[in-house]
Design a protein around this ligand. Structure first.
Ligand code: IMP
Length: 485
């Protein structure tokens, strides 16, 4: 059993299983929270998403590891489980394993298990996604182009190969051929041809997959049975969410969502461990939520395309240097004098938070703290605690607008109530101005050292949401996170 060393030990000891999920639209810093709690768990399991995710964790001696498919436990020699709900890409898995081994050096590699019936990625999924996004024209989702949506969708249409088929050449070829047959009209369309993408033959695709299978065979098994046994033996299990509530295929802002079950219930569905074995959930929210791709975002400061173009065109501001420092100090002055427009506030926070995607490099649009959304995410996820990340972004901000209500057709919606996705664009945010704090709290790792006004802000947020805030992130560094008493 994992040993407990820091202040979290007493708090987490009663929870043999812990689920960590995102509250917004991804990029909440779930990796940072997982890094903080990892030492208290023996097994880490992924239950949703695929290579569209990106989590940063550290080895015990502080080396940085970025994971996309393999659970974060790899960094700290914890058993790693890629559950049935995670979309499996053999090529990227092997690449990630090699890259991770380089970082880990001589450190031991933990046991890794891949579910034998997880949906198996092929290049057709990415090609089909390119076709769908092109064919949707103005209605595109703005996906990460990893083929995740088609993999999930075609799995549900009973057309996807699964991991175990990599060891049965004839079965794999049959399934891949039937997949290509079904997609033929799309691949033969003028729309697809205009993309100029190469369409490989099924035999070639299967040959590649069979080539990877030798390296993967030792990892593949029945992960549901494994988790059941580990749980029964008293092992502590951490379930690592990918994406977030707003991107959950059912509970997010459909159709502008990813394709997995990113909410806490997805942990049971995507790993096969029964619901009765689940303990607590930590829901991670950024102090200022962000969004990439398309889709509704009620508390957004600026508009999506301008925010994204700003990130693309002003890359030099996002990297450290004098230009960045000067930009930030002049914008901070403007914000505190009340003269900044919402567009300028967005630019300030985009640069301050280096809001660019870890997986795609795309700019992220920034929003104000959104209480109605958080209440909805709490209702769907049922967290025991919240983790608030990037709280340091409010450093030195005297006051900040906060969205405290959603108004639809002139009526303010009740707590936890959300309009259907297609009406979200009509929602008008109801703002309150909250007092900020004049100190710079960057890097604070001791709750007692948090300035009074910053503490008041957190308490006010807790009161509004009705869930205690256990962890607060105060900067990008590993130690920049504090546990609240
Ligand atoms: P997909 O997951 O590639 O299908 O993309 C669907 C939507 O989810 C797009 O808006 C993506 O930008 C978004 N998305 C998927 N994964 C992440 C993530 O890890 N962080 C932020 N956004 C994501």
């Amino acid at each position: 059993m994992a040993t407990n060393k820091n202040g979290l030990s007493g708090i987490l000891k009663d929870y043999q299983t812990l689920v960590v999920v995102g509250a917004n639209w991804g990029d909440e810093g779930k990796g940072k929270v997982i890094d903080k709690v990892l030492e208290h768990y023996d097994v880490t399991a992924r239950f949703s998403g695929g290579a569209n995710a990106g989590h940063t964790v550290f080895t015990p001696d502080g080396k940085k590891l970025v994971s996309h498919l393999i659970p974060c436990g790899l960094a700290q020699n914890k058993i790693c489980v890629l559950g049935r709900g995670e979309f499996f890409n053999a090529e990227l898995f092997l690449q990630e394993l090699e890259e991770s081994k380089k970082v880990l050096g001589d450190a031991p590699l933990p046991p890794i298990y891949i579910d034998r019936q997880a949906a198996l990625w092929t290049p057709y999924h990415r090609l089909f996604e390119a076709y769908i996004e092109a064919a949707r024209g103005e209605n595109k989702v703005g996906t990460t182009n990893k083929g995740i949506g088609p993999l999930e969708g075609l799995y549900k249409l009973r057309l996807a190969p699964v991991v175990g088929m990599m060891f049965e050449e004839a079965v794999l070829l049959k399934v891949v051929k039937s997949l290509v047959d079904v997609l033929k009209p799309c691949f033969e369309s003028a729309e697809f041809k205009s993309l100029g993408l190469e369409l490989p033959a099924p035999e070639q695709v299967c040959k590649e997959l069979i080539r990877y299978s030798a390296a993967i065979k030792g990892f593949v098994g029945d992960t549901s049975l494994l988790l059941y046994k580990k749980f029964s033996e008293g092992d502590r299990i951490l379930f690592e969410g990918a994406q977030a509530a707003g991107l959950d295929a059912w509970w997010g802002t459909y159709p502008y969502v990813s394709s997995g079950n990113s909410v806490a219930a997805g942990a049971a569905l995507g790993t096969g461990l029964p619901m009765q074995n689940f303990g607590a959930t930590i829901m991670v929210t950024k102090i200022l939520p962000t969004r990439v791709g398309f889709g509704p975002f009620v508390s957004e400061m600026w508009n999506r395309s301008d925010a994204m173009s700003f990130a693309k065109e002003h890359l030099e501001l996002f990297t450290k240097g004098t230009a960045r420092d000067e930009f930030l100090s002049s914008y901070l002055e403007k914000i505190n004098s009340g003269a900044a427009s919402n567009a300028e506030m967005s630019q300030y926070f985009q640069v301050l938070g280096d809001e660019r995607g870890a997986t795609t490099g795309r700019g992220r649009s920034v929003g104000f703290l959104d209480i109605p959304w958080l209440k909805y995410a709490v209702r769907i996820n049922g967290p025991k605690w919240l983790a608030l990340t990037r709280f340091d972004m409010l450093s030195k901000i005297k006051s900040i607008p906060v969205v405290v209500g959603y108004k639809l057709d002139g009526t303010v919606l009740q707590d936890g109530e959300l309009p259907p996705s297609w009406e979200m664009a009509k929602v008008e945010p109801v703002f309150e101005t909250w007092e900020g704090f004049s100190e710079d709290i960057s890097g604070t790792s001791d709750a007692q050292k948090l300035p009074q006004a910053a503490g008041n802000f957190i308490e006010k947020l807790e009161k509004h949401i009705g869930v205690p805030i256990l962890l607060v992130g105060t900067g990008p560094g590993r130690e920049a996170i504090l546990v609240r008493p």
